[in-house]
Every structure is written in C-alpha cells, then in structure tokens.
Design a protein around this ligand. Structure first.
Ligand SMILES: Cc1cc2nc3c(=O)[nH]c(=O)nc-3n(C[C@H](O)[C@H](O)[C@H](O)COP(=O)(O)O)c2cc1C
Length: 214
C-alpha cells in the first residue's frame, strides 16, 4: 500500500511503547478538555512516541493493508503527522519531522526553531508559543481519491477527526495538555511543511505540553 516516507532524510528511532495501566478509557473521556495553558517544560521522547503510536500508529495488518490506531475509509490511512519539536528531553532534536509509521521513527524535514512561525501561521494564537511540541496533521487526499473519487473529500476529514480524538485522549491519559487548532493559513503551513497542496493539505495542529501549574 502507498506509504509516505522520506528515503533520503535523517531518521531518528522512537522508543518502543507498550500500553500502560492507569486511568480508564471512560474516566479519560470524561476529563478530556481543550487545554490552552502550556508550560515550557520539555516533553520526553517516550511521551512523543506514545502519542504518535496510540493516535496514528500501525496496530494490525490485513493482506497488504496496514491498520492504524484510528479507523480509516478503505484502510487507506490518509493522515500524515509532522511533529514540530521545540524542546524534548533526552534528545537534541529541534525542527520539523515526518512520522514514519511503518518504521515508527521520525524523518527530518528541516532543523531549527519554527514555533514563532507556527504561531504567526495560526493567526497569532499566542498560547501555542510555549508548547514544546506541536503535531501537525495533514491528509493525503490523493490516496483516498484513487478509490473513492469525490467522496474522498469527506472521508479524509473523518479519518483525521478520529486520529485527532486519539491525540486528545492519549494526552489526557498521560496528564498532558493539548487543543485542536483548525485556524491557520493553509498556504503558509504547506510551505512550512514543504508539501504539495494538490495532493496533501494540513487539517489540524495539536500543541502539546505538560500541564502549567498556573
Ligand atoms: C475542527 C476544530 C478546530 C478547532 N480550532 C481551534 C482553534 O483554532 N483554536 C482554539 O483555541 N481551539 C480550537 N478548537 C477547540 C474547540 O474550541 C474546543 O474543542 C471547543 O471549545 C470545545 O471544548 P472542549 O474540547 O474542551 O470540549 C478546535 C476544535 C475543533 C474540533
């Protein structure tokens, strides 16, 4: 099946993850909220790995189709995730990466600090600035269009919504804060990610941080 990867990019393995015991699913759903008070404290690579795996990671396979943590029309999995890392402990990664779900690793797209640029792209929603990590979700609509034609437009957005709810729930489960951000300048975000809007476009951003004490 089609799988997006950056074969020439530097790769960074993510820690392997196993399910943790803890709060029940129902308690997690009850307490989930969009949280906008972020702390500058770094996120660990283990936490980032858990959030990626339990939101869009590969959790099964049927024939040639890889199945994900989120349900997907035709199992075509159009959701791509680009972590923007500003501060992470146990790593000196700072930049924009692509999550390669098949290898469970990060592929480097560009190094450097991009959080100020992202705040501007999100129409100056200033609370994003403190987030040590932000996940940017895109949909590769062309992939779903090859099977579903015009219906692909709605399917890819539904897929992304399912993946996004997983991000919310995993963050809540880990005691972290996040908030879906749908207000941004499409063109500017496509060029930050170096993606071609004809085949793939951004749908949501999820700044993630430890809970701020104040
Ligand atoms: C598609 C979508 C786009 C959103 N965009 C933004 C946004 O740009 N900025 C923001 O602060 N919150 C945004 N939110 C969060 C909503 O404001 C929030 O989910 C809503 O107020 C309900 O609160 P709750 O998530 O705590 O239940 C968005 C949520 C969704 C689902």
């Amino acid at each position: 099946m089609f799988h997006k990867e950056y074969p020439n990019a530097r790769r960074f393995e993510l820690p392997e993850v196993q399910p943790l015991r803890g709060r029940s699913l129902e308690e997690t759903i009850l307490s989930r909220r969009s949280r906008r008070n972020y702390s500058k404290e770094p996120i660990t690579m283990e936490e980032l790995s858990r959030i990626l795996f339990f939101s869009v990671g590969i959790t099964g396979k049927i024939g040639r189709y890889y199945l994900r943590a989120y349900p997907s029309a035709g199992a075509l999995a159009p959701v791509e995730v680009y972590p923007l890392i500003e501060r992470a402990t146990d790593s000196d990664l700072k930049g924009i990466y692509h999550y390669n779900s098949l290898e469970h690793c990060l592929e480097e797209i560009r190094k450097g600090s991009y959080i100020d640029e992202l705040v501007e792209i999100c129409y100056h929603q200033d609370f994003i600035r403190n987030a040590p990590i932000c996940l940017i979700l895109t949909v590769f609509e062309k992939r779903t269009r090859s099977k579903y034609g015009r219906r692909a437009k709605r399917y890819v957005l539904l897929d992304a919504g399912h993946a996004g709810e997983n991000i919310y729930l995993e963050c809540e489960f880990l005691g972290l804060s996040t908030c879906a951000i749908g207000a941004f300048d499409d063109e500017a975000l496509c060029s930050l990610l170096e993606i071609d809007p004809e085949e793939e476009y951004p749908v949501l951003c999820y700044p993630i941080s430890r809970r701020s004490k104040h």
